[in-house]
Design a protein around this ligand. Structure first.
Ligand code: C2E
Ligand code: CA
Ligand code: CA
Length: 543
């Protein structure tokens, strides 16, 4: 009981650990997934910001080049018209202006120059021919990029203004609001613009992406605080399904595991006990009631639990039969009998040992080889072995069963039919199967003295057996009254509590030796006269 409880506790502990382990692993996996997605998202954002900036600059530069090609180098109405046209045509350009050599704004596409502008930084753009890049602050405080170059011989420049905000990511890669910090700088490191709130602590513990433009020399930095990743709805749904499936799998697996390990699974218990050698043979003596001599024994299995308790076969044989474990159990029992009693029985050829064999074992020829290989190495002769056909269900395939019986008889084994007169066993079975021995059930033995019909049935059975040269064994004989009746009916062999119950191996062997003390084999060889005496006696008792 305590062992069972301990096993249950261990199973529960393993279950809890397995579940906790899986959850931790899942949590770790989820963290890694979010980290990877966050990093991927800001990497993509950074790349997009750079290519966007490159496209904006290309558009602006293209528009200015076109204006200069068309001769825009001053503020004539026709030139202002062309400038308006360019702003209208080129999306990112907010304003086109003409600047004097000293940088003063002469005019814009809107006419006069706007007031309140500040130049924050100025540097050559680099790759694109002759362009200057200024970062300016507009009147409203917004930043913008101004790209301009010399327009003509008068020293004036044409320039396009692109709002800084157009160089920065506005939305997340999944289309939601952009919730990170992003900053774009020029080649020299001047800030073009930024979005979001810079937060050094968050940036340090979060995710960071940098991207550089070879074409413009721009750099973009994007920092995302941890836990801000916008995992989209599909991902969450997928995750939910995954978590659910994982839980179900764990629960289901765990249930199966504990089921299989449950000590209450009786078939598994029988299997375990079989491996542990807990099924042991007991021997019930069979007596010649005419001469009073011991003629052998019927082997009856007992389940001896580790604590010493004995379980009777009725409690486990039906399950062993239906589960198919009966074959191994029977073979194991035969091996044990050989090991335990082989020598003592082998030296007394008049003794027969009978084994109970489920009817289903007579369906397969392989039992013939099994029996031969188990008894061959033993001192016990195959002619001393009796196999009792015990059938709890009607025999399905008569032809096969009869063939196996014949094959067993062919190797010298004798076949008995058990419990004759009850259940499916009957006269027709006896006649058709060609057995050597019939065992008359206790029910008839009990009724012999009292019930005329029973006595008549037993009489008929005995007559029939005699005609067919079969031996008869009376089972379950409990009184001397019954012994007397059986003797009167001409029955020779009987077993029952009146003589002895099924005995453990040690007790049975002691009884055998006490009833028939013989010298050991080595002494026998030396003692010639004793041998001839014994042989003569054997011949006598066999008659
Ligand atoms: P069975 O083959 O008919 O065995 C006789 C049963 O009657 C045995 O019960 C035995 O202990 C009991 N018995 C013997 N003398 C008396 C008596 O005077 N009075 C009463 N009331 N009972 C007596 P057990 O040992 O409990 O075995 C029960 C059944 O289990 C056996 O019936 C047999 O069918 C089956 N069995 C036992 N061992 C094996 C085995 O190794 N293999 C198979 N397949 N079946 C087995
Ligand atoms: Ca039997
Ligand atoms: Ca029986």
């Amino acid at each position: 009981m305590r062992a069972v409880m301990r096993k249950n506790l261990i199973a529960v502990a393993i279950g809890v650990l397995a579940t906790a382990g899986s959850l931790l692993a899942f949590d770790y996996w989820l963290d890694r997934l979010i980290a990877r997605q966050s990093q991927e998202e800001i990497n993509t954002s950074a790349k997009r910001a750079i290519s966007l900036a490159e496209a904006r600059v290309r558009d602006a530069v293209g528009a200015i080049d076109e204006l200069i090609k068309r001769g825009v180098d001053g503020c004539a109405p026709a030139q202002i018209d062309l400038m308006r046209h360019a702003v209208f045509e080129t999306t990112p350009i907010k304003e086109v202006s003409v600047l004097a050599a000293d940088g003063q704004v002469l005019c814009t596409n809107l006419g006069p120059p706007a007031a309140g502008r500040k130049i924050l930084s100025s540097e050559p753009l680099g790759a694109a021919g002759g362009y200057t890049l200024d970062v300016i602050e507009l009147g409203n405080g917004d930043r913008a990029v101004r790209l301009g170059r010399k327009a003509g011989a008068n020293g004036n420049s044409a320039a396009a203004i692109v709002p800084a905000i157009l160089f920065l990511p506005q939305v997340s890669t999944k289309g939601g609001p952009f919730n990170a910090y992003a900053a774009m700088t020029t080649r020299s490191g001047a800030l073009i613009g930024d979005v979001g709130r810079p937060n050094a602590r968050e940036a340090a513990s979060g995710f960071l992406a940098r991207q550089h433009s070879n074409e413009l020399g721009f750099n973009v930095v994007i920092a995302m605080p941890p836990g801000l990743i916008a995992v989209n709805g599909d991902d969450l749904k997928w995750l939910g399904t995954f978590v659910w499936a994982l839980m179900v799998t764990i629960l289901f697996g765990f249930t199966l595991l504990t089921r299989r390990r449950q000590p209450h699974n009786p078939i598994a218990e029988i299997e375990r006990a079989l491996a542990a050698g807990e099924f042991v043979p007991f021997y019930q003596p069979v007596i010649d009631i005419q001469s009073g001599k011991l003629r052998g024994a019927e082997v009856l299995v007992r389940w001896r639990k580790p604590d010493g308790t004995l379980i009777s076969p009725a409690a486990f044989i039906p399950l062993a039969e239906s589960s198919g474990l009966i074959l191994e159990m029977t073979r194991d029992l035969m091996r044990r009998v050989c090991a335990e009693a082989g020598e003592v029985i082998g030296r007394r050829p008049e003794l027969k040992i009978s084994f109970n064999l489920a009817a289903r074992l007579f369906r397969d020829q392989s039992i013939v080889g099994d029996v031969r290989s188990i008894f061959s190495p033993s001192a016990m002769q195959l002619s001393q072995v009796v196999l009792e056909l015990t059938e709890r269900e009607p025999i399905e395939n008569f032809t096969e069963t009869r063939q196996v019986i014949a094959a067993l008889q062919g190797i010298g084994v004798r076949i008995a039919i058990d419990d004759v007169g009850t259940g499916h066993s009957g006269l027709s079975y006896m006649l058709k199967l060609g057995v050597d021995v019939i065992k008359i059930d206790k029910v008839f033995i009990d009724a012999i003295g009292t019930d005329r019909n029973s006595a008549a049935i037993v009489e008929t059975l005995v007559d029939l057996a005699r005609n067919m040269r079969m031996d008869v064994v009376a089972e379950g004989v409990e009184t001397f009254e019954q012994v007397k009746h059986l003797r009167d009916l001409g029955i020779r062999l009987a077993q029952g509590y009146v003589f002895a119950p099924p005995l453990p191996g040690g007790s049975f062997l002691q009884l055998v030796k006490a009833l028939d003390p013989r010298p050991a084999v080595s002494e026998q060889k030396a003692a010639g006269p004793a041998l001839s005496y014994l042989s003569a006696r054997n011949r006598f008792s066999a008659a």
